[in-house]
Design a protein around this ligand. Structure first.
Ligand SMILES: [Ca+2]
Ligand SMILES: [Ca+2]
Ligand SMILES: [Ca+2]
Length: 218
């Protein structure tokens, strides 16, 4: 079997099984606001090129305990997709920022992050995927913090983070409550899959279709 066919089988098997097929390190913290108009928020982004299943994943602050707040509700997070957790209700957050229904928001967590705290994300095995330890600079009160470059992602170096401003490279805007940020989107990923990804996806889907047809025929 050549490599291409083998890849197609892997993709098809993954689609059928519904498993993730990307490394955990493909998820990064891409934005945070410790205090906002309707509540703090943290944005995580799948910066890899394949979908990731968040079932069993979790978040915690500086208590560093995997399993504290479940991220399973995000389900399958597509390549390039940014997802949000917030301490307020998801609908309140959505209304304030004017978010499209397609942006995934998990609300109502109780482990509030403070001015000088830590953000930790863990995968289903409880392994740390990304961490951002921050102090009072930038003081993300009403204005979110964003990474200055792709190198800043996963680096746990807050000196590489700056305040968001309306119309910045992230496309930040002002929420109804007056706070500024870009929840649900980031400049660090391309929303358009590479041509080879399309080929793999289409090939995988065709294979799944063929398998399904064969099952029906039986
Ligand atoms: Ca807070
Ligand atoms: Ca805290
Ligand atoms: Ca963002």
């Amino acid at each position: 079997m050549n490599m291409f066919k083998k890849n197609l089988l892997v993709v098809a098997a993954t689609l059928v099984a519904g498993n993730s097929f990307a490394a955990a390190s493909d998820v990064a913290i891409t934005e945070w606001m410790y205090k906002g108009g309707v509540g703090e928020f943290i944005e995580f982004t799948n910066i890899g090129t394949t979908a990731i299943d968040f079932t069993g994943w979790s978040y915690d602050d500086d208590s560093r305990k995997a399993g504290t707040f479940s991220l399973s509700g995000f389900g399958i997070v597509a390549a390039g997709e940014s997802v949000i957790i917030t301490e307020t209700w998801d609908n309140v957050f959505r209304d304030d920022w004017g978010l499209d229904a397609s942006v995934k928001v998990l609300g109502n967590y109780s482990n509030n992050i403070g001015n000088g705290d830590e953000i930790n994300i863990y995968d289903a095995s409880g392994s740390l995927v990304d961490r951002l330890t921050y102090g009072s600079n930038p003081r993300t009160d009403g204005t979110s913090g964003r990474a200055t470059s792709a190198d800043a992602l996963g680096a746990n170096d807050v000196s590489k983070w700056v305040f968001s401003t309306v119309g910045d490279v992230e496309g930040s805007w002002r929420a109804a409550s007056g706070t500024v940020g870009s929840p649900g989107q980031t400049s660090f990923v391309s929303s358009v899959p590479e041509p080879e990804s399309y080929a793999l996806m289409l090939g995988g889907l065709a294979l799944v279709g063929a398998i399904a047809r064969r099952r029906v025929a039986r």
